[in-house]
Design a protein around this ligand. Structure first.
Ligand code: EPU
Length: 428
């Protein structure tokens, strides 16, 4: 098992290229199940979640060719194989196999998904949607069983604005008989990306990216080629890295419009941010000012960037408050930041950060993907060396993190953990 070593304080400069969006990829790959001929997705990120989904498609009989970030899936020989255990439990997004397999085979058995622990993460809205479409859904020994004699279009109002439920219902509804209307739908760019792929496959979808999505079911979906959108959360993380330790960092292959909330907050902090069609430049700030942040559904400030931004705010002048309205327990990185000398307290859903602190290198552990990103940002800002364990979380979502940061002039490397460290970790 490896750990990440970061020697802090090196100024970063140069260009970093953003990979394809993880949260699109994990839905686009299952969506290929719905087609009857090969689908190619170009520009996928090199992350473990993508690898696991590829293995899962092969497990159900798909033929997958994955090289140089492009994946071609031939779904013609797939069967509705139950997946109650095993790899499905490794990532949260395996729930998209439910919608896709239900759409294609009218039945599916999928183990309840794993993923980052950020407080309760129910899937009741997904299930409500599947049931409205005519499926019988039961939970048996930790696996969700879905079965439908036929799927019929329905009007579905989401009680909670959910990215996962919106996409999952879309996946099943494209093969339902008649019209489905999803009201109070989520509007994230990843939803538009999935709708674009499905439309290229022959689906009839209107309104993706607004809060009402209309889907007219079709009997057949065919293969196509699709290029994934850039990862706005990876881009946002590098923007924060640029503000934390940069002397001018150009983030390439971005859709700046997807990052307006972060751009506004960084500017409010006094950070220089310039944008053009597909790039964002983050310049140094003389002095960063504290800001308050509340995470919201898109286009509000993304919960996924709350954790890395918290690290940045330890260096800002004044007191900042970060409130997460999406997840109740997305603060596991705070204890680790405290180990690094941060002055932060958590009250309910808010973290109160007293800034102007010089972080110190320490041994810390990433409890989830974006907590890992927060610790990397902190490590780059800190004096001395920071050791980050829990790399498996970071590898789920950041493609070539070490190479990309070293390319900007950081001093960061992976190192095998010693036997004693592994022993300590087991006993912790
Ligand atoms: N919720 C429900 N019931 C549901 C579904 C969601 O109560 O049936 C609640 C959740 O508990 C949460 C809120 O609704 O409080 C929003 O959850 P949502 O369903 O939108 O989240 P998700 O689809 O499970 C995706 C991303 C997350 C990101 C959230 C919010 C993927 C695979 N994951 O999760 O990304 O935080 O949307 O934007 O797309 C990450 O990338 O680190 C990550 C966790």
């Amino acid at each position: 098992m490896e750990k990440l070593m970061i020697a802090g304080g090196y100024p970063l400069k140069g260009t970093v290229r953003i990979s394809g969006a993880k949260n699109s990829a994990v839905a686009l790959i299952p969506a290929t199940i719905l087609a009857e001929s090969p689908v190619t997705i170009e520009g996928l990120p090199d992350i473990s979640d993508v690898q696991i989904l590829k293995d899962l498609l092969e497990e159900i009989g798909g033929t997958v060719d994955f090289r140089e970030n492009n994946m071609t899936v031939d779904p013609s020989s797939m069967i509705s194989m139950p997946l109650p255990n095993g790899k499905v439990k490794k990532l949260r997004a395996s729930y998209y196999l439910m919608g896709a397999m239900l759409g294609r085979f009218k039945k599916a058995v999928i183990g309840l998904p794993g993923g980052c622990h950020l407080g309760p993460r129910p899937i009741d809205q997904h299930i409500k949607g599947f049931e409205a479409l005519g499926a019988r859904v039961t939970n048996e020994q930790g696996a969700i069983y879905l079965r439908a004699a036929e799927l019929r279009g329905a009007r579905i109002y989401l009680d909670v604005v959910s990215v996962g439920a919106t996409i999952n219902i879309m996946l099943a509804a494209v093969r339902a008989e008649g019209r489905t209307i999803i009201e109070n739908a989520a509007k994230e760019p990843e939803i538009i990306d999935v709708a674009t792929l499905l439309t290229n496959m022959g689906a009839k979808i209107k309104g993706a990216g607004t809060d009402v999505i209309r889907i007219d079911g079709v009997n057949h979906l065919h293969g196509c080629e699709h290029t994934i959108i850039p990862d706005r959360i990876e881009a946002g993380t590098y923007m924060i890295v640029g503000a934390a330790a940069g002397e001018g960092v150009l983030i390439d292959n971005v859709i700046p419009h997807h990052l307006e909330s972060l751009i506004a907050k960084l500017r409010e902090m006094g950070v220089q941010v310039e944008t053009n069609d597909d790039q964002v430049f983050v310049g140094p700030a003389e002095k960063m000012k504290a800001v308050d942040i509340k995470t919201l559904v898109y286009p509000g400030f993304p919960t996924d960037l709350q954790q890395p931004l918290t690290s940045l705010l330890t260096g800002a002048e004044g007191t900042s408050m970060v409130t997460d309205t999406i997840y109740s327990a997305r603060f596991k990185h705070i204890d680790e930041l405290r180990r690094m000398n941060a002055n932060i307290k958590v009250e309910g859903r808010s973290a109160i950060i007293n800034g102007s602190v010089q972080l110190q290198g320490a041994k810390v552990k990433a409890s989830d993907l974006r907590a890992g990103a927060a610790l990397v940002v902190a490590g780059l800002m800190a004096e001395g060396v920071t050791e980050v364990t829990g790399l498996e979380h970071i590898d789920r979502g950041y493609s070539h993190l070490v190479e990309k940061l070293n390319g900007l002039g950081a001093t960061i490397w992976r190192e095998e953990m010693t036997k004693e460290e592994l022993e300590q970790m087991k006993n912790a």
